[in-house]
Design a protein around this ligand. Structure first.
Ligand SMILES: *[C@@H]1O[C@H](CO)[C@@H](O)[C@H](O)[C@H]1NC(C)=O
Length: 344
């Protein structure tokens, strides 16, 4: 089938006043979040409940990005001398926030349930850097990890994945020439993948549980996007809008997971539909489908919101509700990875 080429669509400038307003709100939020996280650590130090049931086994820093430290998790059952498959995790936070530590609970769970080395990578954040620097960071760090002889990695079983912005970066980094043929599978958790459509379109594309509900992300998206994207960025650049990436430069196995009540759900589904070359989805396929013998897989988690996975960062009541849903999806994704993608 002939590929249709679309004209570039350029990210428009904003006024200096708007930019200042956005920068202030980003830095203010960073301050609040960093202070909150430090306080939480202090509470943990004095005997409070830890944010994760397992600590990383070690940490790694590579000369290509000396300021970035990555968290490495080995399963408890690890026997010295054996090589293991690798899953590289990229944290979320709208390209401006977040730290690898936020994913510790997931990394610990995934590593131990599926006997994987899991490495949660760090990358630089907006507004200090802009697109495509975070993608370049992730790609360079992944290359360094794969070249690291001190890690017992089974090079034929390497996967990458990430939450939200991290899911975007995972799919973006895997397109880099240096990583071609090295990454077998990717898992994108509620990732933004299309900047060629507007906020109204995105909000209208998802159902709302109650008519009164508003989309929290819709208010934040212009701020996130304008501090991440330099004026003139092609909104259809496949390193940004991975929906436009060529199937051939992406990992052969891709599992995309969306949340029903998320304005970013529809774009992940459209990406999978496009990759699979599907003309029209049936009603049930909107929730889940597989193509190419499971190589392309889509799941929309019912009754879930953006970030539904990170129960351990929530207050106890919300955490108790979300934990089973999150862990069920971690199991689903891990089984797909180890029993299908890595078993091929
Ligand atoms: C992770 O990266 C962020 C953004 O560049 C930086 O502020 C932070 O110090 C880094 N943390 C580690 C542990 O590398």
């Amino acid at each position: 089938m002939e590929q249709m080429t679309l004209d570039p669509l350029y990210w428009a400038p904003i006024t200096r006043f708007t930019r200042l307003r956005y920068l202030l709100s980003i830095y203010f939020t960073k301050l609040i979040l960093t202070t909150g996280f430090l306080l939480r650590k202090l509470v943990i130090r004095f005997g409070g409940k830890s944010l994760s049931s397992g600590k990383p086994t070690l940490s790694k820093t590579y000369p290509c990005r000396p300021k970035l430290t990555h968290r490495v998790f080995f399963p408890k059952s690890y026997e010295a001398g054996k090589s293991l498959p690798l899953y590289i995790d990229v944290h979320g936070g709208g390209f401006a926030f977040g730290v690898p530590e936020h994913d510790d609970e997931f990394c610990h769970f995934f590593s131990n349930h599926f006997n994987l080395i899991v490495i949660s990578v760090n990358y630089s954040l907006a507004p200090r850097v802009v697109f495509p620097v975070p993608s370049q960071d992730v790609a360079a760090v992944v290359e360094a990890i794969l070249d690291d002889d001190s890690l017992p990695i089974d090079q034929s079983r390497v996967a990458i994945g990430g939450f939200s912005a991290g899911g975007n970066l995972a799919l973006s980094a895997s397109q880099f020439p240096a990583l071609q043929g090295k990454i077998k599978a990717a898992i994108a958790w509620y990732a933004p993948v299309d900047w060629s459509v507007g906020y109204d379109y995105k909000c209208a594309s998802r159902p709302y549980k109650n008519a009164k509900d508003v989309d929290g992300l819709a208010a934040l998206a212009p701020i996130f996007n304008n501090v991440y994207l330099p004026t003139g960025t092609d909104q259809r650049d496949p390193l940004l809008s991975v929906l436009y990436a060529d199937r051939k430069v992406l990992p052969p196995w891709i599992y995309s997971i969306g949340a029903e009540y998320d304005m970013l759900c529809d774009e992940s589904r459209r990406m999978m539909v496009k990759l699979a070359g599907i003309e029209k989805l049936t009603e049930s396929e909107k929730y889940a489908f597989e193509r190419e013998g499971g190589k392309l897989r889509w799941t929309m988690v019912k009754d879930a919101k953006h970030s539904f996975t990170h129960w351990w960062l929530r207050a106890p009541k919300v955490a108790a509700l979300r934990k089973p849903v999150a862990e069920e999806m971690f199991m689903e994704a891990g089984k797909w990875l180890t029993e299908q993608a890595f078993a091929e």
